[in-house]
Each structure stands twice: as structure tokens, then as C-alpha cells.
Design a protein around this ligand. Structure first.
Ligand SMILES: Cc1cc2nc3c(=O)[nH]c(=O)nc-3n(C[C@H](O)[C@H](O)[C@H](O)COP(=O)(O)OP(=O)(O)OC[C@H]3O[C@@H](n4cnc5c(N)ncnc54)[C@H](O)[C@@H]3O)c2cc1C
Length: 451
């Protein structure tokens, strides 16, 4: 049998694959990265479509936490095309009541904040207490809390839910009824305020260049369809892997061999295709891995990035904050609703507002057409600001991550019925196979954990 062509074949040129491949390349190994898309960086996707005055981020946008190692890495690059702007902690969001078109009162704001703190304390005993998965969701605890506290008034309920929306639903990209109460926030969070790079993808461009140096290589437009053993020892141990990938340009399938394989396929793709890609017998950890793949949840966070003729949102008294702007959520998590907006005025100087949607609401809105989506966001903004004549955006970009075939969602979360330990199971090494899955081992589902 032939000698494998590469030491390591890496599936995926997202930040996980790029970092791993550039390290392996530095260790003088022959590495091949196979990437399905026609561009690297995966769920980091910086674009500057025609007419836009600034580049926009369709995927990851923030370095979360000032102690974030990716932020530290970005600073070492001294790349003049990547400026980094602090966006604070996000705690100073201005909340609007669409029923009045006004910002909520300071008294209401403080009460909801206090309730949220009390709620967080009340669920502490539940967190990671269960040895096994249980069926309690964050929504169950929220409902219990509102019953015990007798929060019955619709405005007060929506006010309290606005804190759940901001802190959990948007953060974990899943509705509260999907999040496992004992494990949803078992991961560690990085301390300190957040910041945004002016161009997220460029932070990793040096890695792309490094990988492209012979004898290593990065091939775009290569959709991996199967991983089979290259050969097995008499005892049945797998020696080397054989990867089949379809070249999207020629539509031809190619077979490439390697001594080891690193899969960075996102959880959404593993959910849809693990069984068809990984041949029976090649993954010694298959049974536990498949259980984890099925039980963990793939969350959804989408954006509508809108450019306006004026930054109408900065003209209001926004209590010192005009970066995060929120609205009071509806109690039905799947309703079409718009509760979180982020202003890019400070970071870019442009009149750009990003509408975020997460969880079931995001899944509902993904089914709408472009015009319907933007129209419904504008209805929400006009109600929030009490101004029916707010202008339409001059241009906009809508993300639909659940429909992206190479992501099938935004990032993962611990769903009801799963345990935190399943993240480790998901990325457990098995013989010649290595797995890196976002949100896996320790740090929440961000670019940092991938790297
Ligand atoms: C809307 C959104 C907002 C986010 N916001 C933030 C944020 O603010 N801060 C933050 O830190 N993180 C954020 N994240 C998460 C962050 O983007 C991801 O955690 C990180 O980019 C994942 O990197 P990865 O390499 O693990 O996966 P990916 O980037 O998904 O890389 C996997 C690669 O595999 C490729 N692939 C898939 N199928 C195949 C196949 N069959 N064959 C070959 N290649 C294949 C994909 O095209 C992809 O390039 C956000 C994500 C989204 C979607």
C-alpha cells in the first residue's frame, strides 16, 4: 500500500483548522487543509459588498473579554488594516418599550436588573448539580421565578424576559426552553470588556499564508464526503486515512491520503453528515460521539446589518449607551420579534445598525424573504423609537446561518437532555482521528475555543 501523501489532513479552514494547521506546519509536518467554501475563515466572514463604506461581519464580530487570547494574538500582528475598538461590557444597554416608543424608566430598569441578579442566584444550586442530563430547561426556572415573585403584569414580565433574552438567548443562540438548566452556562467566560476588530478575517490571514507554503497546502472548494481507513493492521487498528472530497469547480471527486485526520466540521454539519462522512469502524469513539452529536444543540444567531442615511438612534437620550439598544421581548419565543440592536457608529463612524436575532425567533425569521425581513425589523424600530417616519435602510445584508450548508447553524449550546461532558466527548481523540468542535472543551462557543 502507498505511503500517505500528507502527515495530517485537516477538514475545514475556519479558525480552528487554520490555527491547528499553521502550528503543524511550523512543526515541519506536511499538512493539507480541505475547505468546502471558496474562501477561508468559516464562520468568521468579513465582507465589503459593493457600496458599503465599511467592511461588515457576517459571522463572529467580537473579541469577548479583554483577557481573550485571540485579542492578544491580534495585537501582536501589528496589522495596520486591523484596528480594535472597545465596546465595553454590554451591560449598559438602553431598553425601549415598543408600546410607548420610549426608553423604559430607570426604576423599571433597576428592578429588572435586580430580579435578574436574584434569578441567577436562585438557579445556582441547579447548575452542574445533576450528574446526569435532566429535563429542566432555563425557561422552566424562569417561569418558576415569575410565579414565586408574582410577576404577572405584562410589562414587568417582558422587562424581566428582556434580561433573559440579552444574557442567555442572544448569548447562547438558543431559546430558554432549549437550554439545559444545569449545564447551559457551565463553560467559563473570559473576564473584561469586549472589543471589535475592524476586519475579523484579516486577523487570521497570516495563518492562511503560512499554510500555503510547500509541502503544506490549503485547498478551497473541496467538499469532504467521506473518511475511510487507508489500511488496517492485522489486529484491525486503522493506519492512516483516506479522504474523498468533491472539487466544486470540476465536480470531480478526489481521494487524498494522510497519516492523521483533524476534523473541524461544525456541530451542525456533524449532526447532518457524521454518519455519511465517517465510515463504519474508522472512529473508535463513534458510539459516544454520535450520542453527543445528537444531544448537544446547534444554536442560531442571525444578523441584519443595515446602513441608514442618519444615525437616528443616537439622537435619543440613551443613558450613556448608544451601542446596545434593546426592546421588550414577546413571551412566545418563536414569534417574529426584534429585541437586540448594536450600533456600529462608534466603532466605524458609519450609520450602521446591526439587528440580532437568536433562537426560535431567528429560525422563524430565516424563512422570510429579504424585504419581509427588513420591513419587520423597521416596524420594530419605528415602534421602539415612537417614530413612524424613520427612514428605510439604504442597504442591508441578511445572514441565514441555519441555511448555510457548511455551518447549519451558528454555534453550539448544551441542550435540555445533554450534559456539559458531552462537549469533551465530541472532541475526544480516537486513534488517528482528532476532532475540534466549537464550544467543545472549555470556553464558550466563540472563535477562542475554536482556536
Ligand atoms: C452569527 C455569528 C456570530 C458570532 N459571533 C461571535 C463573536 O462575536 N465572537 C466570537 O468569538 N465568536 C462568534 N461566533 C462564533 C465563531 O464564529 C465560531 O466559534 C468560530 O468561527 C468557529 O470556528 P471553527 O473553525 O470551529 O468552525 P468554522 O469556522 O465553521 O470552520 C469549519 C470549516 O469547515 C468547513 N466545512 C464544513 N463542511 C465541510 C466539508 N464537508 N468539507 C470541507 N470543509 C467543510 C466550513 O466551510 C468551515 O470553513 C459567531 C458565530 C456566528 C455564526
Amino acid at each position: 500500500q502507498s505511503t500517505p501523501a500528507y502527515d495530517v489532513i485537516v477538514i475545514g479552514a475556519g479558525v480552528a483548522g487554520l490555527k491547528a494547521a499553521s502550528d503543524l506546519r511550523q512543526a515541519n509536518l506536511r499538512v493539507l487543509v480541505l475547505e468546502a467554501r471558496s474562501r477561508p475563515y468559516g464562520r468568521i466572514d468579513t465582507q465589503q459588498p459593493a457600496g458599503w463604506p465599511v467592511s461588515i461581519e457576517l459571522g463572529a464580530q467580537w473579541f469577548h473579554g479583554s483577557s481573550n487570547p485571540v485579542l492578544a494574538y491580534a495585537r501582536t500582528l501589528r496589522n495596520p488594516s486591523v484596528t480594535i475598538t472597545s465596546t465595553g461590557s454590554g451591560d449598559d444597554e438602553a431598553t425601549f418599550n415598543p408600546a410607548t416608543g420610549e426608553e423604559v424608566s430607570a426604576a423599571d430598569d433597576t428592578r429588572w436588573e435586580d430580579w435578574f441578579t436574584e434569578f441567577e442566584d436562585s438557579i445556582l444550586p441547579d447548575l452542574q448539580e445533576a450528574d446526569e442530563a435532566n429535563s429542566r430547561s432555563v425557561a422552566d426556572a424562569v417561569n418558576d421565578f415569575m410565579t414565586v415573585k408574582r410577576i404577572n403584569d405584562p410589562l414587568q414580565r417582558r422587562g424581566f424576559l428582556s434580561r433573559i433574552e440579552t444574557n442567555y438567548v442572544q448569548e447562547y443562540a438558543a431559546s430558554a426552553n432549549r437550554l439545559s438548566l444545569p449545564y447551559f452556562n457551565a463553560d467559563s467566560e473570559m473576564a473584561g470588556g469586549d472589543s471589535v476588530p475592524s476586519n475579523y478575517s484579516s486577523v487570521f490571514s497570516r495563518m492562511v499564508n503560512a499554510i500555503q507554503q510547500s509541502p503544506s497546502s490549503l485547498r478551497l472548494g473541496m467538499v469532504v464526503s467521506s473518511v475511510t481507513p487507508l489500511r488496517a493492521t492485522a489486529g484491525g487498528a486503522v493506519v492512516g486515512v483516506q479522504v474523498a472530497a468533491t472539487n466544486t469547480r470540476t465536480q470531480r471527486s478526489e481521494t487524498i491520503t494522510g497519516r492523521f485526520l483533524l476534523s473541524t466540521l461544525p456541530l451542525g454539519v456533524l449532526k447532518a453528515s457524521y454518519r455519511s462522512i465517517f465510515a463504519a469502524g474508522i472512529d473508535a469513539g463513534a458510539a459516544a460521539r454520535q450520542k453527543a452529536i445528537a444531544a448537544l444543540g446547534m444554536g442560531l444567531l442571525n444578523k441584519v446589518i443595515m446602513q441608514f442615511p442618519t444615525a437616528f438612534w443616537t439622537s435619543k437620550d440613551l443613558a450613556g449607551s448608544n451601542q446596545w439598544i434593546g426592546s421588550l421581548p414577546l413571551e412566545d419565543p418563536a414569534a417574529v420579534q426584534w429585541n437586540e440592536f448594536f450600533s456600529l457608529k462608534q466603532a466605524t463612524g458609519q450609520n450602521v445598525l446591526v439587528a440580532f436575532q437568536a433562537g426560535d425567533a431567528a429560525a422563524t425569521v430565516e424563512k422570510l424573504g429579504d424585504k419581509e425581513t427588513v420591513d419587520s425589523a423597521m416596524v420594530a424600530l419605528r415602534q421602539m423609537f415612537g417614530n413612524p417616519s424613520l427612514p428605510n435602510p439604504t442597504r442591508y445584508v441578511i445572514t441565514r446561518w441555519a441555511q448555510d450548508p457548511y455551518a447549519l447553524g451558528s454555534y453550539s449550546f448544551v441542550a435540555v437532555g445533554a450534559t456539559d461532558g458531552m462537549r469533551n466527548t465530541l472532541c475526544r481523540t480516537a486513534g488517528r482521528l482528532y476532532f475540534a468542535v466549537t464550544n467543545d472543551c472549555s470556553v464558550r462557543g466563540y472563535a477562542t475555543s475554536a482556536a
